[in-house]
Design a binder for this molecule. Structure first.
Ligand code: ADP
Ligand code: MG
Length: 284
């Protein structure tokens, strides 16, 4: 059973903007030796900006952007928001008949009788659309119209200002840091190197992330997962301590999380561990 003194810790955490949904999770936090992070929106700001537009097969930049904006108009993924911002004009929803968002891949839409794809390599592969591979700094969103490759957009995100310090503080406490992401390997590798993470896994689908967490579970030490909730509610649910960043996070993630961080700051993870540790020393 959990000592009563842990309730004081729950109150202390809430004063720091950390909502702990039960004193058992405070206890579990003191046994965490691995913290697994989602990348987009968790270690990075999740505020993408279109930094390049590369057209192919006779499309011009405006056409490419418009097709991408139409396809993305129904998505609330941060990538979609950046494309709509780059297009800069309203999208006429009346011409869009179907939109299908494919988790970890992108979107498929039909509009004005055209089928538009906007997404990553996996999406184009799945839909059998040939394209050149591109080696760029940033996330690539490929666009195809009626099975013809129309080009790609390069989208860049930024690492959060306090992420590197948070990772350093975790390392100082003997905690292993891991990043799981659906993004491309090149992007993940660059973020992992900048933050000096112990390891990272890229190009994962939401179910792959769950599998990675499960592989880490079951040892004598506990595993925490921190995500912003976009596509990662199942992983938050599966970890020993599932943490959701509340300001950006989705309702589903906040509901399934054991710990909610009210500000979108990786430093709050360190605070949560420290408060748990301090509470344990008071309790025992
Ligand atoms: P992360 O694991 O970094 O949080 P997601 O699981 O949300 O990333 O998405 C993984 C990848 O799937 C993205 O990097 C992108 O390539 C593709 N993707 C997901 N949603 C969209 C979308 N609406 N438009 C284009 N690409 C998308
Ligand atoms: Mg995410």
């Amino acid at each position: 059973s959990i000592p009563l003194g842990y309730f004081g810790g729950v109150g202390r955490a809430s004063k720091h903007g950390i909502l702990v949904k039960g004193s058992n999770f405070l206890d579990a936090l003191t046994h965490v030796r691995t913290v697994v992070f989602d990348k987009t929106g968790t270690l990075t700001q999740g505020e993408f900006k279109v930094s390049r537009v590369v057209t192919m097969n006779g499309y011009d930049e405006q056409q490419l952007l418009e097709y991408a904006a139409i396809a993305e108009s129904g998505s609330n993924h941060p990538i979609a928001q950046s494309i709509l911002e780059a297009w800069g004009k309203p999208v006429d929803a009346a011409h869009i008949s179907t939109v299908k968002e494919i988790s970890g891949h992108g979107v498929v839409a039909t509009a004005n009788g055209n089928t538009i794809l906007a997404g990553n390599d996996k999406l184009l592969h799945r839909e059998l659309i040939e394209h050149d591979s591109c080696d760029v700094e940033g996330t690539v969103v490929h666009v195809a119209v009626d099975k013809t490759y129309a080009g790609y957009l390069v989208i860049a995100d930024r690492i959060k200002d306090d992420a590197a310090e948070a990772i350093r503080q975790l390392r100082k406490r003997g905690i292993k840091t891991v990043m799981l992401t659906g993004d491309e390997t090149s992007v993940a590798q660059s973020v992992a190197a900048k933050l000096q993470l112990d390891s990272y896994y890229a190009e994962l689908l939401p179910e792959d992330k769950v599998r990675h967490i499960e592989a880490l579970l079951g040892g004598e030490h506990k595993v925490a997962f921190v995500g912003d909730g976009i596509n990662d509610a199942p992983v938050i649910a599966r970890a020993d301590v599932g943490m959701a960043m509340g300001a950006l996070g989705s309702d589903a993630a906040i509901e399934t999380a054991d710990v909610v961080l009210m500000t979108d700051s990786p430093a709050k993870v360190v605070d949560a561990l420290d408060i748990a540790g301090k509470t344990r020393r008071i309790v025992w």
